[in-house]
Design a protein around this ligand. Structure first.
Ligand SMILES: [Zn+2]
Length: 328
C-alpha cells in the first residue's frame, strides 16, 4: 500500500516545499484561494466558470509554429526557473508544481526529452500516471492543436480529483446519453453525447487492452477527419477500484471565433482545453467572467466540438473498426 502512494506522497511534499521556497508559486496558490467562481447548472451536468487572472499567459499563449520556434521551451529542464524543483517519474518524466494553478493542487508532467506533444506513442504513460496518482488526482492531456501551450514538448497535467465536475458526473452522463460500442474481456468502450460534448470513453483493468483499443480509436479518428497530424482531442483519465477510466473529447476546433473578435465588447478570452471541457471554464479577464451566460457557453462548446451527424458517423465507424479487430 505504501508503494502505491509513492508518487502522490512525493508530489504533495514537492507542493509544500515549492509554496515556501518559490515566490511565484506561493503567489499563484495564494491568488487561487481568492478567485471568483460561479456555477451554471444544466439538465444533467454543471459547468463552473473561474475568474483566474493568473491564467492569462496560458489562455492567450501563441501556439503557432513561428511563435513556438521563437521562444525558449519552458518545459525543458535547462529552462525551468531556478527555484523550480522536480520529482522524477519513472525513467523519463518529471512531476512539476504548476505555478499558475487552476486546481488546489496542480501539476505539470513533462517528458525529460524535448519531443513533440503526441498521444499515439505516449498513451501508456498517461495510463501509468492515472494509476500512480490515484486516488488523489485526475490526469489530463491536451492535443498539440487544441489546448497544449507547449505543443513542442510532450507533457500531461494532473489536478485535484473531483474538482472538474465531469469526474463525478461521468457515470450519470454515461447512463443517460451513453451507448456501449463494444465490451470485450475487461474492456468497455462507450460513446457519449450530452448535448455539449462528444466523447468516447474507455473503461477496463488491463493496460494492454485499453492501449490496443485506443490505437484503433486513434486510427479511426485520424482517418475520418482526414488529417496527417494528430486529430484534435483532449483526454481526462483516472483510476479507481483497480480500473482505468479514460474520457476522450473529440474536437473540431481549438479556439472559438469569439476569442479572436476585434470588438472588445464581443471578445471572450476562453480557450477551451481539457479542464474547461471537463467543466471548469477559465476566464482570465473579469469582464468575461461577469458577462458570460449559459447560452454563450453552449455556443462556444458547440463551435469547438464536432456536430451530431459527424458523431453518429464516427460512432458507427469506430464500432465497426473495433468489431473487425476483435471478432474477425
Ligand atoms: Zn522542451
Amino acid at each position: 500500500m505504501k508503494e502505491d502512494r509513492k508518487y502522490i506522497t512525493a508530489a504533495k511534499a514537492l507542493m509544500q516545499t515549492q509554496k515556501v521556497n518559490w515566490e511565484q508559486c506561493k503567489n499563484g496558490y495564494t491568488t487561487l484561494a481568492s478567485v471568483k467562481t460561479k456555477v451554471f447548472q444544466f439538465n444533467n451536468f454543471s459547468i463552473k466558470v473561474q475568474f483566474n487572472p493568473g491564467r492569462m499567459i496560458s489562455t492567450s499563449a501563441k501556439v503557432d509554429e513561428q511563435s513556438i520556434n521563437d521562444r525558449k521551451c519552458f518545459l525543458c529542464k535547462e529552462n525551468l526557473p531556478q527555484e523550480q524543483q522536480s520529482v522524477d517519474y519513472k525513467d523519463d518524466f518529471l512531476i512539476l508544481v504548476n505555478p499558475f494553478p487552476i486546481f488546489p493542487e496542480h501539476f505539470t508532467l513533462p517528458s525529460i526529452h524535448h519531443t513533440k506533444q503526441n498521444i499515439e506513442n505516449s498513451f501508456f504513460v498517461f495510463l501509468y500516471f492515472c494509476r500512480d496518482l490515484n486516488p488523489d488526482f485526475s490526469v489530463f492531456y491536451n492535443g498539440p492543436k487544441c489546448g497544449a501551450s507547449a505543443p513542442d514538448h510532450l507533457h500531461f497535467q494532473a489536478g485535484t480529483k473531483y474538482f472538474m465536475p465531469i469526474d463525478l458526473e461521468y457515470e450519470q452522463l454515461k447512463k443517460k446519453f451513453g451507448e456501449e460500442l463494444i465490451k470485450i474481456k475487461s474492456l468497455h468502450v462507450f460513446a457519449i453525447d450530452d448535448g455539449f460534448r462528444k466523447m468516447i470513453s474507455f473503461e477496463g483493468n488491463s493496460t494492454p487492452e485499453i492501449e490496443e483499443a485506443f490505437q484503433i480509436f486513434y486510427s479511426s479518428f485520424k482517418k475520418i477527419t482526414g488529417q496527417d497530424e494528430e486529430p484534435m482531442m483532449n483526454i481526462i483519465g483516472s483510476y479507481q477500484n483497480k480500473k482505468w477510466r479514460v474520457i476522450i473529447f473529440l474536437r473540431k476546433k481549438h479556439r472559438p471565433d469569439a476569442f479572436f473578435e476585434e470588438d472588445q465588447e464581443k471578445r471572450i478570452l476562453l480557450s477551451p482545453a481539457a479542464v474547461d471541457i471537463g467543466g471548469v471554464c477559465i476566464t482570465p479577464r473579469e469582464k468575461d467572467f461577469e458577462t458570460i451566460t449559459k447560452e454563450k457557453l453552449k455556443e462556444i462548446f458547440t463551435e469547438v466540438f464536432f456536430d451530431e451527424s459527424f458523431f453518429l458517423r464516427f460512432k458507427k465507424k469506430l464500432q465497426s473498426d473495433l468489431e473487425l479487430y476483435y471478432y474477425s
